[in-house]
Design a binder for this molecule. Structure first.
Ligand code: NA7
Length: 487
């Protein structure tokens, strides 16, 4: 008879919800999802800035088992995605098993089970912990001198203050990753004056601005094969293969093609040669995470928009002073300055079977065997953990593949083959050695700064093809695992 296990899932974002749904489907009803926020949706709950959208096609950015013919556009707006996750949570009756506003402080593996403590001092116990804490959720507030003394409102993109009026105001947006580009595209339509502060320009990949009309939605509703075609049809597969080939080999013709498209977009979209040169990056396209936008180049050419390129010297009470001495008067500052990306489950305390801390193992940088499991931390599984595929793939597909992998390992415990399972340290080290070597050939290592790089400049990413990722996730190599009895 299968052993009944108790699970704790950390986080009710996309990946934590996935784990809960999959457990229910298997009849594993004994689980609790701990969520520090007051609702589901993770990043789509935390982010609600103007212009928020997902730059992965909407029909691909859904669970494989919960496709959605109702998307209003090829790239869905953020609020719609949040509503989608709310709807899925209701449909699968997940909320009754989510402890909202309940943050986990520590997980300790003691006597073969995970003892979990919440920040308000409550305790829980489980056989298995699924860490689905997301990647981009600790805002990076830059250490710019004088920022605290600015007399107007200042907020991070993930803490947008909708009470602050922007109409006719002088708004400064710092940062031009995907977030800054989306904010500028939207806020430039309402601000009196918008200044976009770029430390370094970004390549912009043009993309279609396709809205789905009622007849499109009806077609998707009537024929699910049409949804499948957007998700996995020949076009989607070819796009994924081209993109993979481009990012894993900086000398590939596929990367050259991306470079050409981005250069053409810049040449053809920006009329003023001086602005064009200001917006021309001096590194390769896709070196930083690719920014997709149908509107940014139009936005920066509006008469009320200025681009301030270069380093910021300081913030003064009424504006931003650049290192070149120029000064921009502002009423509001929005920080689209990204996230502390190396945190993952931290600052939670995670202690393994010998009482060792994950913090200690991650001193150099976060590591996990094939991004999912950690030596010395049995029955502990990461979804969207460190060194998984990044770039412009759909993280939902990635989490689903990782769940299927984790579930096969969990099944060994269910069946009584072992009580606890973790990869060997040798397996992690071998994986890391191979991964690091391959990562040096990726476009992310081709000479730019980005959140993909660790402090030594090595990309902390999956450096192989997407197909290889699927193949590895399809069947764990048990030779790399230590199976323990009677823990
Ligand atoms: P990103 O992609 O990390 O972008 C952060 C931006 O903020 C980037 O342009 C940085 O410039 C800029 N930045 C950071 N610190 C500073 C300071 N001190 N001064 C000026 N500019 C600064 O974050 P996003 O939120 O846009 O996107 C995160 C992910 O969310 C995205 O990749 C998607 O997966 C969704 P830099 O490029 O380093 O010169």
């Amino acid at each position: 008879m299968a052993k009944k296990l108790r699970f704790i899932i950390i986080g009710a974002g996309m990946a934590g919800m996935l784990a809960g749904i999959r457990l229910k489907e298997r009849g594993d009803h004994d689980f609790t999802i701990y969520e520090k926020g007051d609702s589901v949706g993770g990043t789509w709950r935390e982010n609600h800035y103007p212009g928020l959208a997902c730059d992965t096609p909407a029909h691909s950015y859904t669970y494989s088992f919960a496709t959605n013919p109702e998307w209003s556009a090829f790239y869905a707006p953020g609020p719609e995605i949040r509503a989608y996750f709310e709807g899925v949570a209701d449909r699968y009756d997940l909320k009754s098993q989510i402890e909202f506003n309940n943050e986990i402080a520590a997980c300790r593996f003691v006597d073969g089970r995970w003892r979990v403590t919440t920040t308000d001092g409550r305790e829980d116990v489980a056989d298995v912990v699924i860490a689905a804490t997301g990647v981009l959720h600790h805002p990076n507030v830059p250490d710019i001198s004088g920022l605290k003394d600015f007399q107007g409102p200042v907020f991070h993109s993930a803490r947008w203050d909708h009470a602050v009026p922007l109409d006719a105001k002088r708004v400064g947006v710092i940062g031009n990753g995907s977030t800054g580009v989306q904010i500028v595209s939207a806020v430039s339509k309402v601000a009196g004056k918008l200044t976009h502060f770029l430390r370094s320009p970004q390549w912009i990949m043009p993309c279609p601005d396709i809205k789905y009309a009622e007849e499109d939605k009806t077609a998707f509703r009537d024929d699910p094969a049409k949804i499948e075609e957007v998700r996995n049809g020949p076009d989607a597969a070819a796009r994924r293969a081209r993109f993979t080939a481009a990012i894993i080999d900086m000398d590939s013709p596929e990367l050259e093609e991306i470079q050409t498209i981005c250069e053409r977009n810049l040449e053809e979209s920006i009329r003023d040669p001086a602005l064009r040169e200001k917006l021309r990056p001096d590194y390769r396209a896709a070196c930083k995470r690719m920014v997709f936008s149908a509107h940014y180049y139009d936005a920066v050419q509006r008469p009320n928009v200025d681009v301030a390129l270069g380093a910021i010297d300081c913030v003064e009470v009424n504006g931003i002073r650049m290192k070149d001495g120029s000064f921009h008067e502002l009423d509001v500052i929005a920080l689209a300055t990204g996230f502390k990306v190396d945190q993952f489950v931290r600052p939670m305390v995670i202690e393994g079977q010998e009482g060792q801390s994950l913090e200690g193992l991650w001193q150099e940088h976060p590591r996990a065997y094939y991004a999912v499991t950690v030596p010395g931390f049995p029955n502990f599984f990461l979804l969207n953990g460190p060194t998984g595929p990044v770039g412009n793939f759909t993280l939902i597909d990635i989490a689903e593949a990782q769940w299927d992998y984790a579930d096969q390992l969990i099944d060994l415990i269910r069946k009584g083959d072992c009580d606890a399972i973790a990869p060997s340290m040798a397996a992690l080290e071998d994986y890391e050695a191979r991964r690091t070597e391959a990562a040096k050939r990726t476009v992310f290592a081709s000479g730019c700064s980005s959140w993909y790089l660790d402090k030594d400049g090595v990309p902390q990413v999956w450096p192989w093809s997407y197909d290889y990722f699927r193949a590895v996730m399809a069947k764990p190599d048990l030779g790399d695992y230590e199976m323990m009895q009677g823990q």
